[in-house]
Design a protein around this ligand. Sequence first.
Ligand SMILES: [Fe+2]
Length: 384
Amino acid sequence: MTAVATHGPGFGWHMPVAVRFGAGCVEALPGELGGRRVVVLGFTPATALGWRARWQALLGGQLIDWIEVDDGLSSLARCREIAAHVWPLLEREPDAVLLALGGGTTLDVAKVLRCRPLDGRFAGVERALRGEAAWPALALATLWMVPTTAGTGSEVTRWATVWDTDAQPPVKRSFDEPFGWAERAFVDPALTLSCPLAVTRDTALDALSHALESVWNRHANPFSDALALGAARRVLRALPAALRDPTDLGLRTELALAALEAGYAFSQTRTALAHALSYAVTLEQGLPHGLAVALWLPAAWELAVGCDARVDALLAQVFTPETATMDNAAAVSAQAARGAMMLRAWLQRLGVELDPTRLGITDAAQRIHAALGSPRGRNFVAAG
Ligand SMILES: [Fe+2]
């Protein structure tokens, strides 16, 4: 029987984003605007895919402007540049919806850009993100999100990653505020059909990481556990098949659902050790986020085993659901430990590099030790 997270004074659940899920659900979006005008931040491929022309035709005069955002790193410099274009539009039409259509970068940039200081100056946002000053008085734009990848879960979290590439060396700044939640999200798996294979794999690995990081997390609760286990098993089942047949909408739907489940779970628990370790790898080597987190997943799994009966029970079930009925704690732990090996093999079959030394990382043990003391690392169930 699976142990549930019962430690601490119960739990809360906060999810203010109104979500619609399903293939084709984005078709309803123009109607749902109900006459409101909209500024679109659209990832670059939307133009070549014909989405921009289609939406322009559907929205007509409701579309104030369409601004392209390329899916590189979400940086402060990029936010500053786009703000110079977007904020004057929002100042003229404060009731307009800011609509983000794209991958994690586009969604994260939109979260920052919905925070328009009343004085219109980006410097106030910059200082707040750097932790140098409180947030200035803001006019918050209504934010709607339409993810085109199945992975980040950004549409259902209140945070964003913003890289401060003006600093030397560059620094990761976290936007994590109560005003970071979008009002609405449309999760349409049909939009992910155009997602290239490498991006499909890397974003699904990010979703798997969100699920597992939610399991081995001190802030887990029975809801997050159920969602995270479902998400992890769904990615493990659907991703290899989706990579063989990327045109299969059923498999794309499974991956989008997994990413949303994982998003819901880690929107409450936040991430943990593997994410804490990943950011330096992305910064040093330019490794995509999903691969940078996956690199550390087996090690984090191994460390997590044996710390908590709840975590062991869930990890054991990721690959072998039948262990849910086992009540021998030692046998469940042993099965959880075998799960780490199964994950390693599964990731290797997808071509994921799992040996840090092959990426030039020779101090993995020291990095893990240091990461356990970081804010995300302290969420990890095995952190001191
Ligand atoms: Fe992530």
